[in-house]
Ligand binder design. Structure first.
Ligand code: NI
Length: 385
């Protein structure tokens, strides 16, 4: 069956599925009902599913001998109070699908149905409905459970309101940044505000450190590399006339390559240590690695571009996004790419994570056809003789 026929047959069900998911958004690692809804939908259509983790699932279609390809959709929602006034708005107070992951799941479900009804390919199509993208990272535990075993190609997409509807954006190489976080505890010695010479002031040391940290990007990273260091929190003190014992600063570091990521971590630790010592304080740095940069593979971008649906136009992104995605982990293991599916229109213009974020459900079929066309082409070309 061709894409248009499957689309016609299932479009109503897919929109219904998306609205059902939208109405029942769940936070990372709590996607129980979401998983249940998806499992019931897929199995009712004759697609086998497994549940390698407590939430999320993997749908599999096998046909004869051939390559294994995979698609990934994230399924979790955000702690946002929905303000869309949609008839199918969130029923879970304070939680909303404000990042379009309900759409991603619907796109993947539709693509799976298209593969199910097309008998012109051989091999295996795996649909990874992954939990916990917003927090904790569900990609890594999914990979550890073997969801990428034998996989030769993986595609993912994210709905993207900054790109106009009808356009899909991506690029060869880094499309999204790494997003490590850090905290620095600066230990001083408390004293009366009137007698600073009898203590060691961690606040002055922290302020000095915050300013010095900004030199890491401007003086140690090549101008064409691109990186971000933001201090988002600074905490110290209890009263206006007391020098406290300690101050704590917290921040995020975003980089576009593993080399720069490693350099930033080393430089941060060095600068914090010496900056603290210069003022007689001590810095205890905790560096927490989160998602690595998401780096697209050239041959996969070419494959998708060569098999683009008529409903979409491809645009190379002007620059990568400094936000992060745990899809990065899949791309460290197998060839693949992430795509930004444009959803911006006059009506649908709110950014991701906004309480009024919405998209036109028409784009569900655009995304599914992108997956289907590229995947089908790969399976047909790489069939085992
Ligand atoms: Ni998202």
């Amino acid at each position: 069956m061709k894409f248009q026929e499957s689309l016609k047959k299932h479009y109503f069900d897919i929109v219904k599925l998306r609205r059902q998911l939208h109405q029942k958004p769940e936070l990372s690692r709590q996607e129980r009902e979401t998983t249940q809804i998806l499992e019931e939908f897929l199995t009712s259509k004759g697609i086998a599913v497994t549940r390698p983790l407590p939430t999320g699932l993997v749908a599999t279609i096998k046909r004869g001998q051939g390559p294994v390809i995979a698609f990934r959709a994230d399924i979790d929602a955000l702690p946002v109070k929905e303000e869309t006034n949609l008839p199918f708005a969130s029923k879970n107070e304070g939680i909303m699908h404000a990042c379009g992951h309900d759409g991603h799941a619907a796109v993947l479900a539709l693509a799976m149905l298209c593969f199910l009804e097309d008998e012109s390919w051989q091999g295996e199509v795996r649909g990874i409905f992954q939990p916990s993208e917003e927090m904790y990272g569900g990609a890594k535990p999914m990979i550890e459970k073997g969801v990428l075993d034998q996989v030769e190609l993986i595609l993912g997409l994210h709905i993207w309101p900054e790109i106009p509807q009808g356009i899909v954006g991506s690029c060869v190489g880094t499309i999204m940044a790494s997003n490590d976080r850090f905290s620095v505890k600066i230990k001083g010695q408390s004293a009366h505000g009137a007698t600073p010479h009898l203590g060691v002031d961690p606040i002055v040391s922290a302020c000095n450190m915050v300013n010095s940290l900004q030199t890491l990007i401007s003086r140690e990273i090549a101008p064409w590399e691109g990186a971000v260091l933001t201090i988002g929190s600074i905490k110290a003190g209890t009263a206006y006339n007391i020098i406290p014992n300690e101050a704590v600063i917290e921040g995020t570091i975003r980089t576009l390559s593993p080399v720069i990521r490693e350099k930033m971590e080393k430089s941060l630790k060095r600068l914090c240590s010496y900056s603290a010592k210069a003022l007689g304080t001590e810095a205890i740095v905790e560096y927490i690695e989160q998602y690595p940069p998401t780096i697209n593979h050239k041959e996969v971008i070419e494959l998708v571009k060569a098999n683009l649906p008529e409903t979409l136009e491809y645009k190379t992104l002007d620059h990568p996004s400094m936000a992060a995605e745990d899809f990065a982990y899949y791309l460290e293991e197998v060839p693949g790419a992430l795509f930004f599916l444009g959803s911006g229109t006059k009506e649908y213009h709110y950014p991701l994570h906004h309480s009024k974020f919405q998209f036109d459900e028409k784009i569900l079929s655009f995304g599914a056809e992108l997956f289907y066309n590229a995947g089908l082409n790969y399976l047909q070309k790489n069939v085992c003789q």
